[in-house]
Design a protein. Structure first.
Length: 148
């Protein structure tokens, strides 16, 4: 799915028209984070220079932050806040590429482990390059540890 600033802006408009307050709030926050990243990375030419991959990186960071928030709110006994974060997380996850299964991930990682490399950081770098966004780092790390 191609995710650009223009796509997100049009989806904010659609959500406003349909009265979906959670989607509007989530997408506006995402747009703001994407624009801030673009300004930091590209300066004056921020929106013209921003790529779909840049937007995807921002979405991944937002997903990670929301997952951490859900855990923190549950541990603190704040279920209503955790539910809000979960709703926003579901919206953000819908913009991520489909994740591969653990079996497919294991097949990708086995040849990397077979190289005999002992440095986990180097293995993780090779693994993340091979996976190319099809699985999050936590899953990759977990399976890589099982294989080594």
């Amino acid at each position: 799915m191609s995710t650009s600033i223009n796509t997100l802006q049009s989806q904010v408009s659609q959500a406003l028209k349909s009265g979906d307050r959670v989607r509007v709030e989530t997408l506006r926050f995402l747009l703001s984070a994407a624009r801030n990243m673009a300004i930091a990375k590209y300066g004056n030419k921020s929106e013209e220079a921003m790529t779909d991959d840049d937007v995807l990186d921002v979405i991944k960071k937002q997903v990670k932050t929301h997952r951490e928030s859900v855990d923190a709110f549950i541990k603190a006994g704040r279920q209503e806040l955790a539910d809000t974060e979960k709703a926003q997380l579901a919206i953000l996850e819908s913009y991520l590429p489909k994740q591969i299964s653990n079996e497919e991930l294991t097949k990708i990682l086995e040849p990397i482990v077979a190289t005999g490399e002992k440095n986990f950081g180097l293995l993780m770098g090779q693994a993340m390059a091979a996976v190319a966004g099809k699985a999050d780092g936590g899953r990759v790390s977990s399976i890589l540890r099982q294989l080594t």
